[in-house]
Design a protein around this ligand. Structure first.
Ligand SMILES: [Zn+2]
Length: 475
């Protein structure tokens, strides 16, 4: 019948993908009465997530520590990572013990909340006739479950790279034991680091030249026409993001004249131009994009900037800093997020097998994962076993793996652009212009990246060998 409608009314053809994506869900749509019940249960289903964020954001209080200057400072979610980056090891350890000590006190409560979360996912997955919660979650954006499994498999196979990075980190820090609170502190100081906003814009334009004239023209348009709110200001929110595109994209920055800020600017302009291209190419109904592809455009820009800087930097200290920055991206995006993804799959599987997620069980699983990922050169402190209680993403329903897949796709794309040139750029621009006109795996295939295989992840990881060799010799 619908096919007949398409024939009769040619204007419907535009909406074919949209209509088909609704019809695709037919096996998972229940009777009116059943759907009404499920909808009514929705608010209760969000309770575990709400309780967890209330506990974390409002109620939990961490003890004070003594900072580098000898002042008493209370540990908060906001200053925890800056403390972990401190050069003073005593400060790092005190902050680590302060934060996780409190989480340990609430470990049974945290386990109960997480168990409730997993159970509600399972309830809705089963009700909607999916076998598992992961099937239900990934079906929403049409990502095959095999993508998830092959990510975990590929990263596991390449864990020796992370182990070697930890070995180098241990040597560079000159510590006898590398603890979990030694992972964030920089091993190379940011050398001669001032990068003004004007300088950053110029450098980014040069670094993104391989993207071709069209891309650069729009990028410059954004730089010159106040798309960006640049500096920190009173009452302005922190961080950085890009939003909207109907007039043009807007970008919020808290630019701080550092190299890291320059990378953030390249990142956000990647999102902005992705939105720009999709908005100008696609009809409104397909003009936005799904999260699986969102971080590809931003990270691809960061990679192109990194390759450009490495190509034009001979100063040893600067090179070491850049390589370390890149390795930290790998550690935190590809390895750490995959570890989270693995944990998420483990807890869901346990619950689906009818087991109750107890605090001891969760801590043991989490601890073992840390041991596996970081290897023998890292002392996996007891307290890290409770880290899962601090991570809000375990309430995001199979979300985090997309950071790792997006990162891998971006590495593959930037390499293709730099080695193949024009033809690769043409394909990439088609991807950027694609919005949600096709499923994410098909969109990435247009850009020459096949995420249905583990090749992009494997290729991204393979780059690590050379980087580790160079960092080790530079140190
Ligand atoms: Zn982003």
């Amino acid at each position: 019948k619908v096919e007949e409608f398409y024939q009769e009314e040619k204007g419907l053809e535009l909406y074919r993908r949209h209509i088909e994506s609704q019809r695709r869900m037919k096996p998972h749509v229940l009777s009116d009465a059943e759907e009404r019940l499920l909808a009514a249960a929705g608010e209760m289903a969000s309770a575990p997530g709400n309780i967890n964020s209330t506990l974390n954001d409002a109620d939990i209080v961490f003890p004070e520590i003594t900072d580098e200057d000898g002042d008493k400072v209370r540990v908060t979610h906001g200053n925890f990572i800056p403390f972990m980056q401190s050069k003073d090891r005593r400060v790092r350890k005190e902050a680590f013990d302060s934060l996780y000590g409190v989480y340990e006190q609430f470990k049974n409560t945290s386990a109960s909340i997480l168990h409730a979360q997993v159970k509600q996912l399972q309830f809705f997955a089963k009700a909607k006739k999916y076998n598992t919660a992961i099937e239900a979650a990934l079906d929403v954006t049409e990502v095959p479950v095999s993508v998830y499994h092959s990510l975990i498999e590929a990263v596991n196979k390449n864990l020796p790279y992370l182990h070697r990075y930890m070995e180098i980190r241990k040597k560079a820090l000159g510590v006898e034991e590398l603890h979990m609170y030694d992972l964030y502190t920089p091993i190379i100081e940011e050398a001669d680091s001032k990068v003004s906003f004007e300088e950053a814009k110029k450098t980014i334009i040069e670094a993104l030249r391989p993207m071709g004239e069209d891309y650069i023209r729009i990028l410059e348009d954004g730089f010159n026409n106040r798309w960006i709110d640049v500096y920190e200001n009173e009452g302005k929110r922190s961080g950085a993001y890009s939003s909207g595109a109907s007039v043009h994209p807007y970008v919020l920055m808290n630019y701080a004249d550092t190299l890291d800020s320059m990378f953030t600017l390249a990142h956000e302009m990647g999102h902005a131009l992705h939105s720009y291209f999709s908005n100008h190419t696609q009809p409104t109904i397909y003009s936005d994009y799904v999260i699986f592809v969102a971080e590809v455009a931003s990270t691809c820009n960061e990679n192109l900037l990194m390759q450009y800087l490495l190509k034009n930097t001979t100063d040893k200290k600067k090179r070491a800093y850049l390589i370390n920055h890149l390795l930290e991206n790998y550690r935190t995006t590809l390895f750490r997020q995959t570890m989270f993804a693995e944990f998420e799959l483990m807890i869901n599987t346990k619950a689906e097998q009818g087991e109750t997620l107890t605090a001891d069980m969760l801590c043991e699983m989490y601890r073992e994962l840390n041991e596996k990922y970081y290897g023998k050169d890292v002392v996996v402190d007891d307290k890290i076993a409770i880290e899962w209680a601090r991570i809000p993403h375990f309430y995001y329903n199979y979300y985090v793996f997309q950071y790792a897949t997006g990162y891998s796709a971006a590495v593959a794309l930037s390499n293709r652009i730099l080695t193949e040139g024009e033809s690769a750029v043409k394909d990439y621009l088609k991807f950027l212009s694609g919005g949600r006109s096709a499923d994410p795996i098909s969109l990435l295939k247009i850009a020459g990246i096949d995420m249905s295989t583990s090749k992009p992840v494997e290729d991204a990881l393979k780059k690590l060998g050379d980087l580790l060799d160079e960092l080790e010799s530079l140190i």
